[in-house]
Design a protein around this ligand. Structure first.
Ligand SMILES: N[C@@H](CCC(=O)N[C@@H](CS)C(=O)NCC(=O)O)C(=O)O
Length: 195
């Protein structure tokens, strides 16, 4: 088995999708958490000056979703068909659009609320509709897209409580993810952080 070292900040954020995949597959890895105050001293030592990165057998890889796609393919968490993978990637990219432009660093939560009021309904409404009667985004089996939705939910919910209340199917996906024993165990034992 390759050796894995995940480096991210001390919160869930964009590192959590990999932590979920490792938890689901019971894969050992180092979970290095850099304090934000120490980041300026470390930034230049990372190839693209961004976190998370995953070191696989000593080689450093960046971009959380590219890495997670790679891990998912080897973990039974990708699609069973190319069309399922397309559907999964569509879900991931819509959620990532919402995450990427969210005003994380503002002091004004009203700005975050305005952003979500303007942008979330199209994404969440589209995802809710795409679920149809399925249990998970790809159909009747869990994939990394369901994990990523749960991670995004945690990040947004901290700032905008109830942001997804109008989307019962999306909330049900989240509940199903939390019912997976390995994920439930990780959620119970992970460090408590805001986002
Ligand atoms: N698309 C990238 C985004 C990476 C990114 O923007 N990381 C942020 C934290 S979530 C970061 O490193 N911020 C510190 C900085 O830019 O100096 C990914 O998913 O890995």
């Amino acid at each position: 088995m390759p050796s894995y070292k995940l480096t991210y900040f001390d919160f869930k954020g964009r590192g959590e999708i990999m932590r979920y995949i490792f938890a689901y597959t019971n894969t050992p890895y180092e979970d290095i958490r850099i304090q934000f105050s120490e980041w300026p001293a470390h930034k230049a030592s990372f190839p693209f000056g961004k976190l998370p990165v995953l070191e696989i057998d000593g080689v450093v890889y960046s971009q959380s979703l590219a890495i997670s796609r790679y891990l998912a393919k080897q973990s039974g968490l990708a699609g069973k068909t190319p069309l399922d993978d397309l559907h999964i990637d569509i879900v991931i990219d819509h959620l990532d659009d919402l995450v990427a432009l969210f005003p994380w660093l503002t002091d004004d939560n009203e700005k975050r609320k305005e952003y979500m009021d303007k942008n979330a309904p199209a994404v969440l409404g589209g995802l809710e509709k795409s679920l149809g009667n399925n249990k998970f985004f790809a159909g009747d089996y869990v994939t990394w897209a369901d994990f990523f939705w749960d991670n995004c939910y945690d990040m947004f919910e901290h700032y905008i409580p109830g942001f997804a209340n109008a989307y019962p199917k999306l909330l049900a996906v989240r509940k199903r993810v939390h019912e997976i024993p390995a994920i439930a165990a990780w959620i119970k034992k992970r460090p408590v952080t805001d986002i």
